[in-house]
Design a binder for this molecule. Structure first.
Ligand SMILES: *Cc1c(COP(=O)(O)O)cnc(C)c1O
Length: 407
């Protein structure tokens, strides 16, 4: 086995100093990054690493993409924040571009992914009462087991991951959990109080769990037939990652509501949004919902550039082609230190044979070889490189994984 990485004195000192004053709500890999460019990052010692996590897909365009940096820099010098108490000259441009990308009418801008989810829940409830006619305070939202929608108190209440949920109750009522990938279970759970079905089309944190083909189409058909909103949390799966603009596109499905975040901010700042048609988002009236930073001109300028970059389809095509390339290599590992591979576009969950170590141990050994990945749920490593990565760089990373697994 490769010896665990011996930490440089200055790296250790920085990590120790950080631990003094930063709450221990994460368990980062022992590397201190100081610079990033494209798919590569450089640590404080000058060592380079290939970043195969890409900030959980927030860096779909890589570190410091010149076109996104230019949009941010131009806007930084002009105007960064107005609050929504006034109009600014960037928000409308961003909303129009994003609505068009989504094939929808209206955008409600927020900042983090969790805020987009919370907003989606509020919109679903208000729609349930004001449009569908659900009895006040009875609206429910159907969610899937294994979900990850963020860290707020309402959201963790309908997580079934003990680490995310335990000791943070009491939990908000109004959520019904059914198994992921089981459309019949959704239909069975629907009653007169159901306002929405909220799912990730592919579950990222769960380990890139891809439902069987036909699931999303069935969810679309069932929700339409029962007058229930279909809310797709595409915060991690959307914006090019899976080789299409949205993971729902893999089944030709259009949900009622898209929840977007992560890559929407171009890796520069948090930008999230709820995107839907006016008959849904129009239920929210002035004063009922908002955010001091949501829709700020800097975020809007960056978001507009991100949407422009996605509108050519270039990144989606890259993700599809590189994903096929990666899949061909990863499936070779099955039975050789890997028990399963799930892949959609340039997004893979690789289950490590426990005989080779935990996901965390594999991630640490890959770190020692200059490759950054993140483990999830014990035995899984997730591979989600920036979409700007080159095939030769992917090949090199896969070679490092092979060496780590054959140690
Ligand atoms: C990351 C993520 C969120 C939460 O986003 P934050 O910006 O961390 O609040 C919600 N849903 C999904 C599917 C995610 O991957």
């Amino acid at each position: 086995m490769t010896a665990p990485q011996v930490l440089d004195a200055s790296t250790s000192a920085i990590i120790a100093a950080e631990a003094e004053h930063v709450a221990h709500n994460y368990h980062p890999l022992p590397v201190v990054i100081a610079r990033g460019e494209g798919a590569w990052v450089t640590d404080v010692e000058g060592k380079r690493y290939l970043d195969l996590l890409a900030a959980y897909s927030a860096l779909n365009f890589g570190h410091g993409h010149p076109a996104i940096l230019a949009a941010a820099q131009e806007q930084l010098g002009r105007l960064t924040l107005t609050s929504r108490a006034y109009h600014n000259d960037q928000l409308g441009v961003f909303a129009a571009a994003l609505a068009e990308l989504c094939g929808k009418d209206v955008v409600l801008p927020m900042n983090t992914g969790a805020e987009a989810v919370e907003t989606g829940i509020k919109v679903a409830r208000a729609w349930g009462y004001r449009v569908k006619g659900i009895t006040p305070d009875r609206a429910t939202v159907i969610v899937a087991g294994g979900n990850f929608h963020g860290r707020t108190t309402t959201i963790v209440g309908f997580s079934d991951d003990p680490q995310a949920r335990d000791d943070f109750g009491p939990y908000a009522p109004g959520f019904v959990t059914v198994p992921f990938g089981d459309a019949a279970a959704i239909e069975a759970a629907i009653d007169e109080n159901t306002a929405a079905v909220l799912i990730e089309p592919i579950q990222g944190e769960a380990g890139v769990v891809i439902p069987a083909d036909g699931y999303l189409r069935a969810v679309r058909e069932i929700t339409e037939r029962h007058n229930v909103l279909f809310i797709a949390d595409e915060i991690q799966s959307g914006l090019g990652r899976v080789g299409e603009t949205f993971a729902c596109d893999r089944e030709g499905v259009v949900p009622d509501v898209y929840l977007l975040g992560k890559a929407l901010g171009g890796g520069i700042l948090p930008v999230s949004a709820v995107v839907a048609n006016r008959d849904v988002l129009g239920v929210i009236r002035p004063g009922e919902h908002g955010s001091t930073f949501g829709g700020n001109p800097l975020a809007a300028a960056v978001g507009t550039r991100v949407v422009e970059m996605l509108s050519t389809g270039e990144f989606q095509r890259r993700a599809a082609a590189l994903g096929e390339h990666l899949e061909a290599k990863l499936v070779e590992f099955i039975g050789h230190g890997v028990t399963a591979v799930r892949i959609a576009g340039l997004w893979a969950g690789v289950d490590i044979d426990p005989a080779k170590g935990t996901g965390r141990e594999i991630a640490e050994r890959l770190l020692g070889r200059g490759v950054l990945v993140k483990d999830t749920h014990g035995q899984t490593i997730r591979i989600a490189p920036p979409l700007v990565i080159r095939a030769t760089e992917l090949d090199w990373a896969v070679e490092q994984l092979k060496l780590v697994l054959s140690d």
